[in-house]
Design a protein around this ligand. Sequence first.
Ligand SMILES: [Zn+2]
Length: 160
Amino acid sequence: MPNTKTIALDLGELGAGKTVVCKIERDSDGYYLDNNDGSFSASPVDDSLSMTEDATYSGRYSVTENREVWNDGVYNVEFYEIVDTVEVLIQTDKSNCLDDIFYILSVDTKPDTYISERDCDECGFTFKESQLTKRFDGAMVCKWCFEEEHPLDVFRRMRG
Ligand SMILES: [Zn+2]
């Protein structure tokens, strides 16, 4: 019985609610995992494994695979976000499989082509997600729109 290999990706809270798939390439021969039957193939019918977002931790995605024993060696994992039916590369990982157990060797940084962008909830201008901050009312805003809640409003809110 093959071991269960878990492939995981953590995009953080701002990466919540995305459609994420991964493709697994066996480094030794360039074959891809065929989601159709779990084998490695030069021409897979379906080379994408759908990943499921964690119910507790938003932005964490994973998929498990246990249909076949994997040869020992290096496997390259590519993570894609599906945006309007187009696959956008998010991240690539190099992993090692030993005795059918999967170890992550290295995680490459996100390619320059993938920078998450989001509109400021207040002014509507587009920023990198890292430039937005959560305001007291839950809105994600840029630094120009960020403000602390007025002390009097806090008092009114507490008083109900
Ligand atoms: Zn703004």
